[in-house]
Design a protein. Structure first.
Length: 197
């Protein structure tokens, strides 16, 4: 969510603020401008709260002039998020907005409501250690997946290892200390040993 008075509501973002993708406008629903939204956030209730202003980025080749959308209301219907935006008064406007990617501004010190969730920008750059304190590398990205997210760990020898971002494999994230702990297994980050010939 972009709370009232925060950068997403018209105030200029701070120099350290981050933009995160929170959704993409899908097909119209009904005749009054409501649209389906492909959710790309773990906090849809927070990001699509009434009054929230989201930056809008129309798809390449779109003639849409929309650069910001204000949420008028949102609701869930059969597992799909339906959102009304003030700028989309009818089905034609909703159809013209299809494909728009929606961004929220996150203050540099902001964190998700759930203490076990993190924004990608908070994880990138953290040192990755195994459970014995051996440096495995550095987190270089977070890859969003359908079933689970994956941490990309860049190892000292230049390899990229994908680690499922689940508690069993990443039992500790310490932002203050700048580190994550990975329950490494052969073949996860550390390469499998070659069998003797």
């Amino acid at each position: 969510m972009v709370p009232a008075g925060s950068p997403g509501e018209g105030a200029a973002p701070g120099p350290d603020d981050i933009e995160v993708v929170v959704g993409r406008v899908g097909r119209p629903h009904g005749l009054r401008g409501e649209v389906t939204v492909e959710v790309r956030t773990d906090e849809p209730g927070r990001r699509f709260a009434g009054g929230t202003v989201l930056r809008a980025e129309p798809p390449r080749g779109s003639a849409s002039p929309l650069r910001a959308l204000r949420v008028a209301g949102s609701r869930w219907h059969s597992g799909t998020l339906l959102v009304r935006f003030e700028e989309l008064p009818d089905r034609d406007a909703a159809e013209a907005a299809r494909g728009i990617v929606l961004f929220a501004t996150v203050a540099a010190g902001d964190s998700p409501e759930d203490p076990d969730e993190f924004y990608a920008h908070q994880l990138v750059g953290l040192a990755a250690y195994d459970e014995h304190g051996t440096l495995l590398g550095e987190v270089s990205s977070l890859v969003r997946g359908g079933a689970q997210d994956l941490l990309t760990v860049l190892t000292p020898d230049g390899r990229e290892a994908l680690v499922p971002f689940v508690k069993a494999l990443v039992p500790e994230v310490d932002l203050a200390a700048g580190r994550v702990v990975v329950a490494d297994r052969p073949g996860l980050v550390t390469p499998l040993e070659e069998p003797d010939a």
